[in-house]
Design a protein around this ligand. Structure first.
Ligand SMILES: O=C(CO)COP(=O)(O)O
Length: 249
């Protein structure tokens, strides 16, 4: 039985002070023994968030990182920096990074490998555009993203990766994929992992859905067989996040 993982992705929101206040208010409300809960936050918020969440079972993640340990990469943050701070997750290959910062599958693959090497759990994102969905090539596209993102990893490593399926047309639009649409793609992701790394690995890998997840639709989405939780944008910035974490109630 896979343990569900529900992660907030704050994106470029909350100053360090706002981050600390929010965590102080939310930490007891989103503590859960049923599911893994993670806050993925901007780099400058990591310190106050780690401070506030110390002693809780809530994980803290970054929203990106470089694939080198150090070097002449002005403005970048390295995996070793994150590791030393106590960061345990990192979102990689989010569609916003692919779209606005030209991240390629090859870069995502390097970052996923590096995160695993330093002991940070990657949350690797994939997802299709509306045009791709309408052209009927969603599954093909997702299979390519997954195969490229995981290229060169061992089965043991793949088991540790969290995969987030986020249809781009559902992000920040209020237009959630139906639970059947989300399930169909999450199932296809598990199948491709199974084909490349074997069924035992596929059974263990956790696959999240992301895209307008809310307190209202979380229970239905997370009840689907191949959906092991969510990557939550807008609703993770608000008290509503607690309804998502406690979706069973
Ligand atoms: O991109 C997302 C999470 O990474 C989803 O964002 P929303 O929940 O705001 O649609």
């Amino acid at each position: 039985m896979r343990r569900k993982i529900i992660a907030g992705n704050w994106k470029m929101n909350k100053t360090p002070k706002e981050a600390a206040e929010f965590c102080k208010m939310m930490k007891d409300k989103v503590s859960s023994t049923q599911v893994d809960v993670v806050f993925c936050v901007p780099f400058v918020d990591l310190f106050p968030v780690l401070e506030q969440l110390k002693g809780t079972d809530i994980g803290v993640g970054a929203e990106n990182m470089h694939f080198e340990d150090s070097g002449a990469y002005t403005g970048e943050i390295s995996p070793l920096m994150l590791k030393e701070m106590g960061v345990t997750y990192v979102v990689l290959g989010h569609s916003e990074r692919r779209q606005y910062f030209n991240e390629t599958d090859e870069m995502v693959n390097k970052k996923v490998k590096k995160a695993l090497d330093v002991g940070i759990t990657p949350i690797m994102c994939c997802g299709e555009t509306l045009e791709q969905r309408e052209a009927g090539i969603t599954i093909e596209w997702i299979r390519i993203q997954i195969k490229c993102g995981l290229l060169g990893l061992t089965g043991d490593e793949v088991e540790k990766v969290v995969i987030a399926y986020e249809p781009i047309w559902a992000i920040g639009t209020g237009r959630t994929a139906t639970s059947e649409q989300a399930q169909e793609v999450c199932r296809a992701i598990r199948q491709v992992v199974g084909q490349v790394y074997g069924d035992a690995v596929a059974e263990k890998v956790r696959i999240q859905y992301g895209g307008s997840v809310s307190g209202k639709n979380a229970a239905e989405l997370f009840a689907m067989e191949d959906i092991d939780g969510g990557l939550v944008g807008g609703a993770s910035l608000k008290e509503e996040f607690q309804q998502i974490v406690h979706y069973q109630k």
